[in-house]
Design a protein. Structure first.
Length: 557
């Protein structure tokens, strides 16, 4: 349990910022330890965005693009097929067209071309008369492809957020906050965030603000830290997504996706985006062709936008079915009672477009770094997901001699290798994980933001906690801990959910533990329990009451 901060200091912060002491405790434990930092966190301002020209090669890129505008050159934006890459592409195309540039775009087919720059796309840029290629969410490892572009007389500007390799491509400009020697203060931008910084440098801040809805979608989709600049960008992007016709004309893509996801008239929060709009945007790329999704973001034709949104709805249903088949197949290969230190699985029957999602689900279930490979014609294409203690990109870099290609960052990566190298990879990555991680690091833990008494859990606290939106990686919903709680009523409801009435002194509150029915015996045999929970408001038949969403429980000592 997290210890409480000095009471007098909490009272001081509470008075200075007009928040409750329980909320002040949460913020202090998250690292916000003075009134100014608390105000900045709770009121994210575009004024706090960093100067885009602090990014490596930004001035060089802006100069080249403005020269292209003056000369009437054609530019090709080269993107990626996931939501981050698609929103990055639409954002950059919009920014360049605002400058009057003739702008084309290229999204590779996941199934036939794979990730990143390829010769086909570069040759298409050349045949289309492009003299400048701008990559978004890719390009940092494309040494040979960028050399090919140069040999054909085309300059390349790379915008990317993936970990830079030791050898960088010979591009005209490489804009990536993670580059060695970069003075940019924030390293954790998504691909669409890096693209936005270039747009901001080209259009100035007020000209780029209309692109923030795209930034919000791509940033949340890529599961980067929702702190610092990402918090500012996503906060303002969500405001743009939630504007109504009364405020300003709603862009066709926003209205059409809200309609197909039954979100009309409802606020799109970061968590809601993750299970409504984002899976539909990703569905097209997962099944092969994502070009139409860029068109959805760019079109001003409402009927066309609705047609593409309907197509995405259909593709998402297909994706769900395929994903379910792969998930069940993968589970059959794992010893659930004794999983290995790392999960490495492959099959010729798996669709390469869904193995990343399935890997994420397996990480959630088994808490192990997970590598899934789809094998075809002797080539294994893999997606990997990790647990926080294991840095994926650093780990797979030690296996680089086995790969045809690889890339990624700390918690997600892509790998391509000859299928006959899979046993050697499994042996090496298993040895590495066992060497790097202690056994304790393979046991999931719950971080408690603050210890609390039940009388402190009220509607005002829940309202305060909502000020921490947008929630996501590195800014999860706060988890509270309470000790010595009596259980006055308990039962199993629905599909193995544990519902209880909790009491501490004179205060009683309802609680629900989703999929925690197996803990019923522990509750029955305990005089009192300690609980970890997220407070929420449950609404039923127009009535609202507080409910604790349980994350863990144990018998009190």
């Amino acid at each position: 349990m997290v210890s409480r901060t000095n009471q007098e200091f909490l009272e001081y912060l509470s008075g200075k910022t007009s928040i409750s002491m329980a909320f002040a405790q949460v913020l202090v434990n998250r690292g916000y330890k003075d009134a100014d930092s608390i105000r900045d966190f709770l009121s994210p301002s575009l004024k706090n965005l960093h100067d885009p020209f602090l990014m490596p090669d930004m001035a060089k890129a802006v100069e080249r693009i403005k020269a292209a505008s003056v000369k009437g050159e054609t530019v090709l934006v080269y993107g990626d097929y996931d939501a981050d890459g698609i929103t990055s592409t639409a954002l950059m195309v919009s920014a360049l067209r605002t400058l009057g540039l003739k702008t084309l775009y290229y999204i590779p087919n996941r199934l036939t071309e794979g990730y990143g720059l390829n010769k086909n796309g570069i040759q298409q840029a050349d045949s289309s008369g492009a003299s400048l290629i701008i990559t978004v969410d890719c390009g940092i490892t494309s040494v040979e492809e960028i050399s090919l572009a140069a040999s054909l007389g085309m300059d390349t500007i790379v915008t990317d957020h993936h970990e830079p390799p030791q050898k960088l491509p010979d591009a005209l400009a490489i804009i990536n906050p993670k580059r060695q020697g970069s003075e940019y203060p924030f390293r954790h931008l998504a691909g669409v965030g890096v693209a936005y910084k270039l747009a901001e440098a080209l259009l100035e801040r007020t000209g780029a603000e209309g692109l923030l809805a795209l930034v919000a979608v791509g940033t949340v989709a890529d599961s980067v830290d929702l702190t610092g600049e990402n918090r500012v960008l996503v906060s303002h992007g969500l405001k743009a997504l939630n504007r109504t016709e009364k405020d300003s004309p709603v862009r066709p893509w926003i209205g059409s996706l809200k309609e197909t996801t039954s979100m009309e008239g409802k606020d799109l929060l970061s968590g809601v985006l993750s299970y409504t709009i984002i899976p539909r945007i990703n569905a097209a790329g997962r099944l092969g062709e994502a070009r139409e999704v860029v068109e959805l973001f760019l079109t001003q034709d409402t009927a066309r936008a609705k047609g593409i949104a309907a197509l995405l709805e259909d593709q998402n249903r297909k994706r769900q079915q395929i994903e379910g088949d792969v998930y069940r197949s993968a589970l059959d290969m794992i010893d659930a009672d004794d999983p290995d230190s790392v999960i490495v699985l492959s099959s010729p029957d798996w669709h390469p477009g869904v193995i990343g999602i399935v890997a994420s689900r397996l990480v959630d279930m088994f808490y192990r770094p997970t590598f899934l490979f789809s094998v075809k014609d002797g080539i294994a294409k893999g997606s990997a997901r990790s647990i926080p203690p294991f840095h994926l990109y650093k780990g797979i870099s030690d296996c680089a001699d086995l790969f045809l290609a690889y890339g990624g960052h700390s918690q997600a990566a892509g790998i391509k290798l000859n299928a006959d190298k899979l046993p050697a990879f499994r042996e090496r990555i298993s040895s590495l994980v066992e060497k790097v991680l202690d056994k304790d690091e393979m046991i999931p833990t719950i971080e408690i933001d603050a210890g609390i008494d039940l009388f402190e859990v009220n509607f005002n606290l829940i309202k305060e906690l909502a000020l921490m939106e947008p929630f996501g990686k590195a800014n999860q919903k706060p988890v509270f801990g309470a000790k010595d709680i009596n259980v006055t009523d308990y039962r199993i409801v629905g599909k193995n959910h544990l519902k209880m009435k909790l009491k501490q002194k004179s205060v009683s509150i309802d609680s629900i533990g989703f999929s925690m029915g197996s803990l019923l015996e522990k509750v029955e045999n305990s005089y009192a329990i300690d609980v970890a929970f997220v407070p929420s408001i449950n609404e039923w038949n127009g009535n609202k009451h507080i409910q604790l969403n349980l994350k863990a429980l144990r018998p009190s000592v």
